[in-house]
Design a protein around this ligand. Structure first.
Ligand SMILES: Cc1cc2nc3c(=O)[nH]c(=O)nc-3n(C[C@H](O)[C@H](O)[C@H](O)COP(=O)(O)O)c2cc1C
Length: 395
C-alpha cells in the first residue's frame, strides 16, 4: 500500500476490507475500510488500529513509514473491535508505547484485552505535544459508545472523529473529491441512519459544541470510508440536517405478504401517492435488507407499513422491522398501517400499539381487507395513498 499523506507527516495506515458484506448485521455491499493514522514527529503517535484479521497488513503499512517499535503513543478513540482489534499486535511491537484513551475507554480496555495496562486517560481539552504537532482530545460519549473520543491535530486542523462522519465504502481512493459524490452521500446517510440515528440529540449537541469551540476544521478523517477534505462542512451540515430529523417529500412503503393480498394493497397505496407526485420507495421485507430500508426512511416524511395477520399477530418480518426501526428512534415522520387478514385480524391494532408506545405520529386512518382486497378496497387503498400524499405535501 502506497503511503497516503493527509498533511506533512500525517499518514493513512489503514486497511481496505473489500470483501465484507455483513458488518454485524449491517449490509456492506460496497465493503468498508478501517482507517488508522500515523503522525511522525519528535514523538510518533498512532491514531486507532484496525480489525484483528488485518493486523499483518496494518503492521506492514506502518513499517513502510517507521519501525512500529518507535511508536510512542497509541490513541484509542473507540474500543469497538473494528478499531481496536489490532491493539494487542501493535502493543506487542511498540513495547514502550503509552495507550491514550478516554477515562471510560481506559476502564473498558482490559475487558477486551487483558494485560494491556499502560493506559493514560485524557479528557476534553487535554493536549499532547508531539513536537511540531499537538493533539487535542474531545470526549464524545455515546457517539456511539460510552468510550468514544475525537482526536484533533491542532496545527493541521484535522479532526479524527472515529466512527462519526464515516461510511462503509471500500475504494482505492482515500479522499471525498476522488469518489462519486452520490455514492459517498448514500453510504454516509446509510451509516448515519443505522448507527447514529438514535443518538441524534447528542449529535446535534456535539456539533454545536464543536462550533462553539471555534476550532478550524480543514479535514475530517473518520475511521471508515473516505476522508472529507474538499468540503468537510458538507458532511457536518448533512449531520445537522439528519440529527434535526429534517425530511423531504418522500414516502417509504414497507410490507410483507404470504398470498399477495397485502402486496396488492401496498401497490394501490403507492399508485395513489405517485399520482400526487410523491416519490415512493417500496420494500417487500423478506426480499429486502433492513439496513437499506432504514437508509431510505432517514429523510422520508411518511412510512406506510403493511402486514398480514399470522397467528393473531403481526407477520414476523414486519414485527422485526418495527422492532429495529422503533429503537432507532426516527423523528418527524408520519406512520400509517394496513393489513389483510382472514378472520380475527390483529396485525394493524398491534402495529398501531407498538408505534404509539414508541411515540410515533400515527395517521388517523388505517386500512384492513379480509383476504383478497375487492375492487372497492383497492380504490380505498389508492385514496389512502392520495390522502397521505396530500398530508406530506401540506406539511
Ligand atoms: C399460517 C396462517 C395463519 C394465519 N393466521 C391468521 C390469524 O390468526 N388471524 C387472521 O385473521 N388471519 C390469519 N391468517 C389469514 C391471513 O391473514 C390472510 O390469508 C391474509 O389475507 C393474508 O394476507 P397476504 O395474502 O398478504 O399474505 C393466517 C394465514 C396463514 C397462512
Amino acid at each position: 500500500m502506497a503511503n497516503i499523506e493527509l498533511a506533512k507527516d500525517v499518514y493513512w495506515v489503514g486497511v481496505i476490507d473489500w470483501d465484507i458484506r455483513d458488518f454485524h448485521g449491517y449490509s456492506t455491499r460496497r465493503g468498508t475500510t478501517y482507517n488508522a493514522y500515523l503522525i511522525v514527529d519528535e514523538k510518533v503517535a498512532l491514531i486507532d488500529t484496525v480489525k484483528s484479521n488485518f493486523s499483518d497488513e496494518f503492521l506492514r503499512n506502518i513499517n513502510e513509514i517507521i519501525n512500529p517499535s518507535d511508536i510512542d503513543y497509541i490513541i484509542i478513540n473507540h474500543l469497538e473491535k473494528d478499531h481496536s482489534g489490532s491493539l494487542p499486535s501493535i502493543a506487542e511491537k511498540a513495547k514502550n508505547a503509552k495507550i491514550i484513551a478516554s477515562k471510560r475507554c481506559g476502564e473498558d480496555i482490559p475487558k477486551y484485552y487483558s494485560g494491556l495496562s499502560n493506559v493514560e486517560t485524557v479528557k476534553t481539552g487535554d493536549q499532547l505535544r508531539l513536537g511540531r504537532k499537538t493533539l487535542q482530545f474531545i470526549e464524545a460519549p455515546m457517539l456511539h459508545w460510552p468510550d468514544s473520543m475525537f482526536t484533533y491535530i491542532v496545527e493541521n486542523a484535522i479532526l479524527m472523529p472515529n466512527d462519526a462522519f464515516g461510511q462503509h465504502l471500500a475504494t482505492s481512493e482515500r479522499f471525498d473529491d476522488e469518489v462519486d459524490e452520490a455514492t459517498l452521500m448514500e453510504e454516509a446517510a446509510k451509516y448515519y441512519a443505522n448507527i447514529l440515528m438514535p443518538l441524534s440529540p447528542l449529535i446535534a449537541r456535539k456539533i454545536q459544541e464543536l462550533i462553539a469551540m471555534k476550532i478550524p476544521i480543514k479535514m475530517i478523517a473518520p475511521s471508515h470510508g473516505v476522508i472529507w477534505r474538499s468540503d468537510p462542512m458538507k458532511i457536518v451540515n448533512a449531520y445537522m440536517r439528519w440529527s434535526e430529523g429534517k425530511t423531504v417529500d418522500k414516502a417509504v412503503i414497507v410490507y410483507d405478504s404470504m398470498w399477495g393480498s397485502t402486496a396488492a394493497m401496498a401497490r394501490a397505496i403507492a399508485e395513489g401517492m405517485t399520482s400526487r407526485g410523491i416519490s415512493v420507495k417500496f420494500f417487500k421485507l423478506r426480499d429486502s435488507d433492513l439496513t437499506d430500508i432504514v437508509a431510505e426512511i432517514l429523510e422520508a416524511k411518511a412510512v406506510v407499513v403493511g402486514s398480514p395477520t399470522l397467528n393473531n399477530a403481526i407477520f414476523p418480518s414486519v414485527a422485526a422491522f418495527l422492532n429495529y426501526i422503533i429503537n432507532l428512534k426516527p423523528r418527524g415522520k408520519l406512520w400509517a398501517f394496513f393489513s389483510s387478514y382472514g378472520w380475527g385480524g390483529g396485525a394493524v391494532k398491534q402495529m398501531i400499539e407498538a408505534a404509539g408506545k414508541a411515540g410515533f405520529t400515527i395517521y388517523n386512518q388505517s386500512i384492513e381487507a379480509q383476504y383478497a382486497p375487492t375492487k372497492e378496497k383497492i380504490a380505498e387503498c389508492f385514496n389512502f395513498g392520495v390522502a397521505i400524499a396530500e398530508r406530506i405535501k401540506s406539511s
